[in-house]
Design a protein around this ligand. Structure first.
Ligand code: FAD
Length: 406
């Protein structure tokens, strides 16, 4: 990878070096295409001596395979990662519960809990040996002009980049998306997710635990050091109260909200809160422009799918670009880019809608709905073919994106 110098002509410019944008650059690193990767911040450094990043993701086996194909997984494994082999989901109102075990689908794990910072670090290492990738940071785009032949990207520091294809991976508030004028369908959940890492009396047993309360779901995700990561979604006013609690009060509240499934919560890190919204762009592509990851969609974290969908976006787009390059087609051609939109928009929409329905179904204690969800959980838990199909889909095992990445 080269640091930004005078080069200004590229084949692909990626705005946003989060997990998804960096993975996308990695997927194109052996293509010979001239790539620029931009971010508003310096790359985040991982240190094994530092406290575990508060932003941890449950990544699916499909995402693990993508990271492996990109060469990043061995670094992640050598640092710290927790596989979870089981998952228990249960309803606070009633007796509905469902249990998933990786053995039911013949996989070594249902998923892996990995720090965002570590994913980026491991991908960044892979980019170090690529001589076709130029990194620009800290920079932000100020203006975008798309014409028939190329895209011109003006940066706030006065520099100007030209590219055949511009890809926005700059997160939910994507400035690039706004500069290009892509509209979104957005709705706030009126909730915040409070996250913290906690120590508990009982071991987590490499299991992800999730309890649905009328005020929102709370999850305990296993960390490699024996603690658990709490992700607690709450309506804004309740979230405010929980944020104001002292550490002892917070530990007691988490113990109560999880029905002491891991015994008492004995200590906590400082907390962070993330406002939750559902967002989906109306168009994934325009001539010479594409959106991937949170720049294209955000969803409720209750099923931990955001970055998993982002990895599938970037894998689909990189496959299509590599294929276009092989066929000597223009990478920015709308016909080429529409293949990406067709591959991802429907799947992402289905996941956003399903999680929305889930969130609504579980966020109340109205008797008929309580009955419906308890019966639903109970039935799926016992109907093995349906449960396996559901698991395989959630684990991303029904699609294969890794073939062309190796
Ligand atoms: C509480 C919570 C828990 C979650 N848990 C999970 C989970 O368990 N599993 C899962 O799959 N997903 C989870 N998600 C979703 C996940 O966080 C996102 O889907 C993921 O971070 C998206 O990655 P990204 O690279 O697309 O965007 P981001 O992580 O937002 O990265 C965007 C990058 O763009 C840069 N940038 C922003 N603006 C500009 C600009 N103007 N110019 C240049 N650069 C810019 C930023 O600095 C950043 O590096 C969770 C989300 C929340 C809120």
């Amino acid at each position: 990878m080269t640091a930004a110098r005078t080069q200004s002509q590229f084949d692909v410019v990626i705005v946003g070096a989060g997990a998804v944008g960096t993975a996308f650059a990695c997927a194109l690193r052996n293509s010979g295409l001239r790539i620029a990767l931009l971010d508003a911040r310096e790359p985040s450094l991982f240190s094994a001596a530092a406290e575990v990043d508060l932003r941890v993701f449950a990544i699916s086996p499909a995402s693990q395979r993508i990271l492996d194909a990109l060469g990043a997984w061995p670094t992640i494994q050598a640092e710290r990662v927790a596989a979870y082999t089981e998952m228990h989901v249960w309803d606070a109102t009633g007796s509905g519960r469902i249990h998933f075990d990786c053995a039911e689908v013949g996989e070594p794990a249902l998923g892996y809990i990995v720090e965002n910072r570590l994913i980026q670090h491991a991908l960044w290492i892979q980019l170090q040996t690529a001589d076709n990738i130029t990194a620009f940071y800290p920079v932000t785009p100020e203006a975008v002009v798309i014409d028939a032949e190329q895209v011109t990207l003006m940066l706030q520091d006065g520099r100007c980049l030209h590219t055949r294809l511009l890809v926005a991976a700059d997160g939910a508030e994507s400035a690039t998306r706004k500069l290009v004028g892509i509209e979104t369908r957005t709705a706030s959940y009126g909730q915040k997710a409070i996250v913290a890492h906690v120590a508990t009396q009982k071991p987590h047993r490499h299991t992800a635990w999730q309890r649905f309360l009328p005020s929102g779901p709370i999850a305990l995700l296993p960390l490699p050091d024996g603690r658990s990561s709490v992700v607690w979604s709450l309506d804004n006013t309740c979230a405010e109260e929980v944020q104001q609690m002292d550490d002892m009060g917070f530990c007691a509240a988490v113990t109560a909200a999880t029905a002491a499934i891991l015994g008492q919560v004995t200590s906590t890190t400082p907390r962070a809160a993330f406002p939750l919204q559902r967002m989906h762009v109306r168009e994934y592509v325009r001539p010479r422009f594409a959106l991937i990851g949170d720049a294209a969609h955000t969803l409720h974290p209750l099923a931990g799918q955001g970055v998993n969908l982002g990895f599938m976006d970037m894998a689909a787009l990189s496959n299509i670009i590599l294929d276009a390059q092989l066929r000597h087609r223009d990478l920015g051609d709308l016909g080429v880019l529409r293949r990406y939109q067709r591959a991802r928009k429907g799947d992402n929409m289905a996941m956003i809608t399903a999680l929305d329905g889930f969130k609504r179904l579980f966020s109340n204690d109205i008797a008929p709905l309580t009955w419906m969800r308890n019966t639903g959980l109970w039935s799926v838990d016992r109907f093995t073919p349906l449960k396996s199909a559901f698991m395989r889909h959630a684990m991303g095992l029904t699609a294969n994106f890794t073939a062309s990445m190796r």
